[in-house]
Design a protein around this ligand. Structure first.
Ligand code: FAD
Ligand code: NAI
Length: 467
């Protein structure tokens, strides 16, 4: 065995590769292990990036074929070239995964290709794609193995007709009808892609509203907007079976509380009911690393119960988001290097990249009520925002929640065009412990969508000016 590494990171997703970059910057001897052919994990290969590439392209297609005429742009004969759209998406993915590989080299991180297994605290075995094995010594092991799509008993995902995110991002033709199981983030983003490209999309959701963990007011309006766009919702319904017939899929659904069964038909079923931690073949049991009942690696400040073994990203607790994994990765490198490292889980934004977008950070109204925290609300609709009106893109609103006594911002929830970019302002404000008044008194450029944030902040103290 060669000289021990300071850390070996198992998993090359946003958690793992950001941990590696920061560790390299701090002069730690670092290796990253990845079993897939490319670095970047779920996010770059089959998640954030390909889905955003298709969301962007499909929005342009829908705009050109259905909406540009409203702006006086009459484009005749708009045609979809799905092959080209997919190729552009693949180009974005491969450019970025190569970029991550370059960053490993730049930061002197060894990229070890293969499947990593923890033999003991201090030893990682790697099985390379050709089947050979190598043992590496290390002072620290970082588990960054991510997550995979959760299944439903009795429903076989073949990635051709019954697909997870993996198959849904590479369909070779636009389905006539698509049934999406789960009205969460994946279901609504990828459902939007295929609806815009021409599919009739029906979303079956177990609970009584879309994006059930979002602020209720936001999620209700979001659902109305998506329905107006043509998405069909079957809420409060559970899927009992998906039968694969030669020419179509038959989906049996039933009200979640019991009742009369109903049949749906589709060419493609997308299963998107959440994700589960991926730790298969990692050797957790052999080393005695504790997990919870659902398989998430248990940690305290990123430490597992075994000294020298850490866990970050989707395989451990917290929101399953790339930027959460990234923050944990970079901060863990700092901790291992003997520096400070802290993730503020109260300020992790959430964005759904549909059109309009949904963005939030901090507590929802329901969470504040349940916690018995007195709060004040400021709201502003985009119908009253000059930029939204100039763009003729006025769906949605901004809502700011602030502590009733101190005025400190506790949460922000928005629907609207591009609000995913606007949420960063509130994240910074919250990190600085800002009050709603701080935002209300900050000059914002005119005409911008972000003026709606300022007006909503003014509304907390009742002095919204432009409504
Ligand atoms: P992953 O990205 O899953 O990476 C883990 C890596 O570890 C994988 O490459 C895997 O092959 C490797 N691995 C596992 N076990 C081993 C082993 N034993 N040996 C070697 N390698 C191993 N999040 C956002 O913030 N914004 C978005 O817009 C967004 N969009 C998404 C869209 C979709 C369709 C999906 C599915 C997810 C999306 N996410 C998004 C979530 C985001 O992708 C994840 O939160 C993020 O990738 C988690 O990073 P990670 O590093 O923890 O794990
Ligand atoms: P999700 O947790 O967002 O949504 C799953 C939905 O399925 C929920 O509404 C749930 O009530 C419903 N559901 C669960 N069981 C069901 C059943 N049997 N029948 C019908 N409905 C059922 O999970 P999703 O969409 O799979 O995404 C997984 C994770 O990936 C997200 O939670 C998010 O962390 C991440 N992601 C983030 C994105 C972003 O940041 N823009 C984009 C896509 C994914």
């Amino acid at each position: 065995m060669s000289e021990p590494y300071d850390l070996i990171i198992i998993g090359g997703g946003p958690g793992g590769y950001n941990c590696a970059i920061r560790a390299g910057q701090l002069g730690l001897r670092t290796a990253i292990v990845e079993k897939s052919p490319t670095l970047g994990g779920t996010c770059l290969n089959v998640g954030c990036i390909p889905s955003k590439a298709l969301l962007n392209a499909s929005e342009k297609f829908e705009g050109a074929s259905r909406h540009y005429a409203e702006y006086g742009i009459e484009a005749a004969g708009v045609k979809l070239n799905l092959g080209k759209m997919m190729a552009k998406k693949d180009e974005a993915v491969s450019g970025l995964t190569k970029g991550v590989e370059f960053l490993m080299k730049k930061n002197k991180v060894d990229y070890l290709k293969g499947m990593g297994r923890i033999v003991s605290a201090g030893q990682v075995e790697i099985t390379t794609p050709d089947g050979s094995k190598a043992l590496h010594a290390t002072r620290n092991i970082v588990i960054a193995t991510g997550s995979e799509s959760a299944g439903l008993p009795g429903i076989e995902v073949d990635e051709e007709r019954v697909v997870s995110n993996v198959g849904a991002l590479r369909l070779s033709k636009v389905p006539g009808r698509m049934v999406v199981i789960g009205a969460g983030v994946i279901g609504l983003e990828l459902g939007s892609v295929w609806r815009r490209l021409g599919a009739e999309v029906t979303v079956v959701e177990y609970l009584d509203r879309v994006t059930p963990s979002a602020d209720v007011e936001v999620s209700r309006q979001f659902q109305r907007i998506l329905a107006k766009q043509g998405m069909i919702f079957e809420l409060g319904m559970k899927v009992l079976a998906v039968e694969k017939l030669k020419s179509k899929l038959k989906i049996t659904v039933e009200p979640a509380q019991g009742g009369e069964k109903k049949m749906l038909e589709a060419d493609i079923v997308l299963l998107a009911i959440g994700r589960r931690p991926f730790t298969a073949g990692l050797g957790l049991e052999a080393v005695g690393i504790r997990t919870d009942a659902r398989g998430f690696v248990l940690t305290e400040h990123l430490r597992t119960n075994i000294p020298g073994i850490w866990a970050i990203g989707d395989c451990t607790h917290g929101p399953m988001l790339a930027h959460k994994a990234e923050d944990e990765g970079a901060n863990l490198a700092q901790i291992i290097a003997g520096k400070w490292g802290h993730v503020n889980y109260d300020v992790i934004p959430n964005v759904i990249y549909t059109h309009p977008e949904m963005a939030s950070v901090g507590k929802t109204e329901e969470e504040l009520k349940n916690a018995g925290i007195a709060y004040k609300t400021g709201k502003f609709p985009f119908t009253a925002n000059s930029r939204a009106r100039a763009n003729q893109d006025t769906d949605g609103f901004v809502k700011i929640l602030a502590d009733a006594k101190t005025d400190r911002i506790l949460g922000c929830h928005m629907i609207g065009a591009g609000v995913g970019e606007m949420i960063g302002e509130i994240c910074v404000a919250m990190e600085f412990g800002a009050s709603s008044e701080d935002v209300a008194r900050t000059c914002h450029a005119h005409p911008t969508m972000s003026e709606a944030l300022r007006q909503a902040a003014m509304g907390v103290e009742g002095w919204t000016m432009q409504m």
